[in-house]
Design a protein around this ligand. Structure first.
Ligand SMILES: [Zn+2]
Length: 109
């Protein structure tokens, strides 16, 4: 079964949760250069790779999910849900602003 992910606001951070067959598999706080998953000591991991992909597609706090392997947004059952609304400049600026102002320190220090 395909693993799918969603992205949620968690306080001042972002949380990526992995689902398999509709059940939560794992869930981690993630930032561009930090992640709380078992690969946190590595230079990167799939959560850090998918964070900008999810933000760029407005999947933050969205009802849709992300299929990392296929690079498509989908519903809970893995059915592809293509986003057809064109992105406006002010919309993309908003995403960048959110990335710039987010509290990226996951350790709470
Ligand atoms: Zn990770």
């Amino acid at each position: 079964m395909t693993a799918i992910y969603n992205l949620r606001t968690d306080g001042l951070n972002h949380r990526i949760t992995k689902f398999i067959d509709g059940n939560v598999e794992s869930s981690y706080l993630v930032a561009p250069n930090q992640c709380t998953c078992p690969r946190s000591a590595h230079p990167t991991c799939r959560h850090r790779q998918m964070l900008p992909e999810l933000l760029a597609r407005n999947l933050l706090d969205s009802p849709l999910f992300w299929d990392f392997d296929r690079k498509v947004s989908c519903d809970m059952n893995g059915n592809v849900m293509r986003i057809t609304v064109p992105m406006k400049d002010e919309y993309l600026e908003g995403i960048q602003q959110r990335v710039d102002t987010a509290h990226w320190n996951l350790t709470g220090k």
